[in-house]
Design a protein around this ligand. Structure first.
Ligand SMILES: Cc1cc2nc3c(=O)[nH]c(=O)nc-3n(C[C@H](O)[C@H](O)[C@H](O)COP(=O)(O)OP(=O)(O)OC[C@H]3O[C@@H](n4cnc5c(N)ncnc54)[C@H](O)[C@@H]3O)c2cc1C
Length: 509
């Protein structure tokens, strides 16, 4: 990492990026602020959008957030015994600055850290088990894979350095009209290449060995995205960063950030499913016509509709994820964009692990591994098996060894059968299954990513998931969409799709 990047990171960490640079950079307001904004979906994307829209448009605008399910979306907890556990999005990277900023702003602490330990299972036996000693791990990796491991860390770090540029751009109020432009602003052509080739192609062309990809990289993509090394290189890098040290979670559950953002943004939560959106033209006081979006929705008491100046869609427009009809738009807006969401089943088991399932003779009382990742072996049933800790760590808590009954989380593509559960566990007190359409099925080369701008003042936040799906990606997209909505409302074109921002802003720090 070069010293200049270091200083940028240091400043970002110190929180200076939250100060008033924006006000220096903003152009004068050109027209009245909007009166009503709708956000569709109250996951981390929708609630972060409400937060940033309030920041951009001020106290006067009414913001309604539509959500038929629970606030949090893919951030969800389930109760097993006395404690709650994450069943959806669980870990956050230490350099995810929006997530960090949210918890600071909301006064929520991070969850107390419990050290983790990883092993790799090839369907028959454990092929690798992390030692408590860094030097032992280092020497084992060096012996088996040469410098592949170190080089992988350097490669991920170099991508992360470019990724971090987005925070500076957003702090200065710059926004991007498409996922491709956003990626290009961060990492130039190299980021566009990354989304258009597989992680495997990228890493092989960088000189990583196939055996390293099979033994180490594939288990990481399987636990994080339920998919092989044929996911795109960008989401692959995000996945590998997700194996870094220092990962954290929110005390009491990650979904607390969503409820906190909703409250902080002073938005109104409307417990309803949006069914359709259409454009309505109305005469205005001056005699000219103004267009609005009519949002039709269904709640417990039936169907209703409201008019909005701006609408942000914060749920994937894909089969099985949402079903919103867009009428009267030219060109037409599809209810479902091409591409599928990948099913990941999250099964939480409170029970006693069957050590022989892992093909190890190690006594269960000595087995303190928290995360068993799996290689991409034909016929392998599970993507990962993890010993998980409650969302709030009670005082004096230590993760119990495998000889004690505790909560395990199994990720698999399909529901586990009774026989499979019986193979894995000697006993089961309770089992809870959540079937997620979790993240896109990544198949590079990439078709065109869905747009951020669906219509004049109608925006689509989850387009970003086709580059990579993660809490922070939704938060970055939320900020981008809020800025975009603001600049387009006030015709501040100079703040949209600016080229070469990295060089232009270099002198500003
Ligand atoms: C099992 C699993 C593990 C994961 N692990 C991680 C991880 O460790 N770290 C990480 O960063 N990310 C992880 N992710 C990804 C992360 O959870 C998602 O990228 C992120 O939560 C997406 O948030 P979102 O708000 O964009 O979408 P969502 O959370 O899907 O929110 C969309 C919301 O819109 C609502 N909605 C749908 N249709 C309508 C409608 N018609 N009208 C109104 N509302 C509607 C839905 O009910 C939902 O609440 C994981 C995901 C899963 C499933």
């Amino acid at each position: 990492m070069n010293p200049r990047t270091l200083s940028l990171r240091a400043l970002l960490f110190l929180g200076l990026w939250q100060t008033g640079w924006r006000s220096l950079a903003s152009a004068p307001e050109l027209q009245d602020p909007p009166k009503k904004i709708a956000v569709v979906g109250a996951g981390i994307g929708g609630t972060a959008a409400a937060f940033f829209l309030r920041q951009e448009f001020g106290a006067g605008v009414k913001i309604d957030v539509f959500e038929p399910g629970s606030v949090g979306g893919r951030l969800e907890t389930v109760k097993m015994g006395d404690y709650e556990y994450e069943t959806g999005g669980s870990v956050i990277h230490p350099l995810n600055l929006h997530m960090k900023h949210f918890i600071e702003k909301l006064g929520i602490p991070p969850r107390k850290d419990v050290p983790t330990k990883m092993a790799i299972f090839d369907g028959k036996e454990l092929t690798f088990e992390e030692s408590n000693w860094f030097i032992v791990n280092f020497l084992r990796m060096l012996w088996r894979y040469g410098f592949n491991f170190l080089r992988m860390q350097m490669w991920v770090e170099s991508i992360l350095d470019k990724f971090m540029r987005i925070y500076q751009y957003q702090q200065y109020g710059y926004s991007f009209s498409s996922v491709e432009r956003l990626l290009h602003a961060m990492g130039g052509d190299s980021f566009l290449t990354l989304v258009n080739e597989t992680l495997e192609e990228t890493m092989i062309s960088q000189g990583f060995s196939q055996i390293f990809l099979n033994d180490i990289v594939a288990p990481i993509t399987r636990v994080n995205y339920g998919q092989s090394v044929r996911i795109n290189g960008f989401v692959g890098a995000v996945s590998l960063a997700g194996a870094d040290s220092g990962l954290w979670a929110v005390d009491g559950g990650n979904k607390r950030v969503c409820t906190g953002l909703l409250y902080h943004s002073k938005s109104e939560l409307i417990s309803a499913r949006v069914t359709s959106i259409s454009v309505k033209v109305r005469p205005s006081k001056t005699g000219a016509t103004t267009s609005f979006y009519e949002v039709n929705y269904v709640d417990a008491s039936g169907s209703a509709h409201s008019l909005y100046d701006i609408v942000v869609i914060a749920t994937p427009l894909h089969q099985g994820k949402s079903d919103i009809a867009f009428s009267g738009f030219s060109p037409p807006i599809p209810s479902h964009y091409p591409g599928r969401y990948h099913q990941t089943v999250s099964t939480l088991v409170h029970g006693l692990l069957n050590m022989s399932y892992l093909g190890t003779a190690e006594p269960a009382s000595k087995f303190t591994v928290s995360d068993v990742l799996t290689t991409d072996t034909k016929g392998s049933v599970i993507n990962s098996l993890s010993s998980i800790d409650p969302v709030h760590i009670p005082p004096g808590y230590n993760r119990p060894p495998a000889s004690q009954t505790k909560v395990w989380k199994v990720f698999s593509q399909h529901s586990l059968t009774q026989e499979q559960l019986q193979d894995m566990f000697i006993s089961r007190d309770s089992v809870s299954e959540t079937k997620w359409l979790a993240y896109p099925t990544y198949h590079p080369p990439h078709r065109k990513t869905p747009p951020f701008i669906l219509h004049n003042r109608l925006y689509y936040l989850n387009a970003v998931e086709w580059a990579a799906s993660a809490m922070e990606m939704s938060a970055i997209s939320a900020r981008n969409v809020a800025l975009l909505a603001h600049h387009r409302w006030h015709q501040q074109e100079g703040k949209i799709d600016q080229e070469d921002l990295h060089t232009r802003l270099r002198g500003e720090l």
